[in-house]
Design a protein around this ligand. Structure first.
Ligand code: KIV
Length: 305
């Protein structure tokens, strides 16, 4: 059954498209669960991208090819249930829009029913039929050109794209085609800034860059990269604004130390019975009771009591 979380949002795909040329750069940040979505929304991002990067960043896979539409709907639902002000864009995973047009529309609808206000897919002119069918089902589509990670094998690795004139022209032609088809924005990933500038000047919808330089209408980065939670690889285009991985290790290490040294829990962190009851319980224990103690309702793991 539908896991629909929200139907009215403050930022819509058409509103985002109208930001082109406004001089107010669009900010998109990934999130894959409710706590990160709340943080991204509170920070004032315009768009929360539930990216298929969840595969590498959160689920431990080596590339994005492993995640399915079920995985994506699960994560979109978690983000959308926080009812963010930002537009929630759900990434269509590999093979969810490559097999048939009806399949493509059903898969895009899965993400909308999970709470997305738009979907994103990778590729240019090759994907026009998919884009048109999704748009025909009244679902806004964000494009994604340049380094398209779902094509990692076809591209021969995660490499900067559009480095020569022919490749740059192909990216521009793809952008013009998907903009004309009705995409409301285009992600440009890992292309030289001159290519990003030409694309941005060639289309009347916003471009959102990642590793594409400053001449885009907006920028996107991955939550875990921005915050230093992803420490294994740091691409050149990532700016780290915090070192939460190190902070988390230090905090958890302190907890480990406190438990091992008997410093946790303190009396203040403990539920106490009234003195008389405590005495009775102690007596009962010494008298050889069953040892079975009934836990009070609401006084269990994670209780706020
Ligand atoms: O999946 C993702 O996080 C993305 C961004 C890199 C744009 O597609």
């Amino acid at each position: 059954m539908a896991d629909q979380a929200s139907s009215v949002r403050s930022i819509s795909a058409p509103a985002l498209a109208r930001r082109k040329g406004s001089g107010s750069p669009i900010v998109m940040i990934t999130a894959y669960d409710a706590p990160s979505a709340r943080i991204v929304d509170d920070a004032g991002a315009d768009v929360i991208l539930v990216g298929d990067s969840v595969a590498n960043v959160v689920l431990g896979y080596a590339d994005t090819l492993q995640v399915t539409i079920d995985d994506m709907a699960h994560h979109v639902g978690a983000v959308a249930r926080t009812r963010p002000h930002a537009l929630v864009v759900g990434d269509l995973p590999w093979l969810s829009y490559h097999v048939s047009v009806p399949d493509t529309v059903q898969n895009a609808a899965r993400l909308v029913r999970a709470g997305a206000g738009a979907v994103k897919l990778e590729g240019g002119r090759k994907r026009l039929a998919a884009i048109e069918a999704i748009l025909d089902a009244e679902i806004p589509v964000m494009g994604h050109l340049g380094l398209t990670p779902q094509s990692v094998h076809a591209l021969g690795g995660f490499k900067v794209q559009g480095r020569d004139l022919e490749a740059a022209r192909a990216i521009v032609d793809d952008a013009v085609a998907i903009a004309a088809a009705g995409c409301f924005a285009i992600v440009l990933e890992c292309v030289p800034d001159a290519v990003a500038r030409l694309v941005t000047d060639s289309v009347d919808i916003p471009t959102i860059g990642i590793g594409a330089g400053r001449h885009c209408d907006g920028q996107v980065l991955v939550f875990h990269d921005l915050l230093g939670l992803e420490e294994r690889i740091t691409p050149k285009f990532v700016r780290r604004y915090a070192d939460l991985g190190a902070d988390a290790r230090a905090a958890l290490g302190a907890f480990v130390g406190d438990v091992r040294n008997g410093r946790f829990p303190s009396s203040d962190e403990t539920y106490h019975a009234a003195d008389t009851v405590a005495d009775e319980i102690a007596l009962y224990g010494r008298g050889g009771g069953t040892g079975a103690v009934q836990e009070a309702p609401g006084v269990g793991a994670g209780s706020q009591a």
